[in-house]
Ligand binder design. Structure first.
Ligand code: GUN
Length: 280
């Protein structure tokens, strides 16, 4: 029986801390959330972010552009947000519609307002361990490990997935905490042979049922970053929870594990941005 890494509960705790901190700070952090087009998943994510902000005293501002607005108009909006002193954090919801270059758009955000930590400057800072913002999902995973007293130092950590948003920065953060880190991906032969070595296994691929019990070492810490839908439309991760839970020492549920932590880390990055600008 594994201990459940309860991200929902920890995120609630973090939100309460953030709310108290903002009340004390005497400054209202401002987050601009830019959404382009009408991707239904993006709409839900953006609504969640606005609700979270309202719950802890961050002023959020949504800028919704129609799909046909075009990249130039989006870049103009970002330039304006970069200049505004009442906006401390800027987030452009991804994915952008076809015809927009996501890399170019991300690079247009002022690095000190880049609360996603997607800008090259922030990505580079993570590489050298001299960072302000960390990308929300891997930061949420690290906060969850810390909260449960799981120290990566000296452990074998295996990250399955090499995305710029999760896999790569997750591996770097585990490395900074002195884990021995391996990144696996779609071209890794015999994935199970590698994942069975993991003391800490992070699955971030987006394929339901990818991680089965035979791929997990007894007593491993299993973190599931994915948010997939099964054939019945139910939310699930990459890990076969029912199979893996009995052999893991700790495991995240989906939903209620990493997802709420990602949302909490965005709030944390936003107040960090506000403090930095205001030298609080
Ligand atoms: N789309 C899915 N996840 C994210 C995220 O963390 N940030 C942004 N900006 N877009 C996303």
């Amino acid at each position: 029986m594994a201990v459940i890494l309860d991200g929902k509960q920890l995120a609630e705790q973090i939100r309460a801390q953030i709310k108290a901190e903002i009340a004390e700070m005497g400054l209202t952090p401002g987050l601009a959330v830019v959404i382009v087009g009408d991707n239904p998943a993006s709409r839900i994510y953006v609504d969640h972010k606005k609700t979270d902000c309202a719950a802890c005293g961050i002023r959020s501002e949504e800028i919704a552009l129609p799909e046909e607005a075009g990249e130039e108009q989006l870049l103009t909006v970002i330039a304006e947000l970069n200049r505004r002193p009442d906006i401390h954090g800027i987030l452009v919801q991804m994915p952008l519609p076809k015809g927009y270059c996501e890399k170019k758009v991300i690079q247009a955000i002022a690095p000190e307002k880049d609360v996603d930590a997607f800008h090259f400057v922030n990505v580079g800072r993570i590489m050298v361990g001299d960072y302000a913002f960390l990308p929300c999902t891997p930061a949420g995973v690290m906060a969850l490990l810390d909260h449960y007293g799981i120290d990566p130092a000296g452990k074998r950590a295996v990250v399955v997935g090499r995305s710029d948003i999760v896999g790569k920065p997750q591996a770097m953060m585990l490395l900074h905490r002195n884990a021995t880190v391996t990144i696996c991906h779609s071209k890794t032969p015999d994935l199970g042979a590698v994942t069975r070595e993991a003391d800490i296994l992070v699955a971030a691929v987006g394929r339901t049922g990818l991680i089965t019990a035979d791929m997990v070492k007894r007593g491993a810490v299993v973190v599931d970053v994915a948010m997939n839908r099964d054939e019945n439309g139910k939310l699930c991760g990459d890990v076969d929870f029912a199979e893996v839970e009995p052999i893991a020492s700790y495991i995240t549920p989906v939903p209620g594990g990493v997802g709420p932590m990602t949302r909490a880390m965005l709030l944390q990055n936003t107040i960090m941005a506000a403090k930095r600008v205001s030298q609080l």
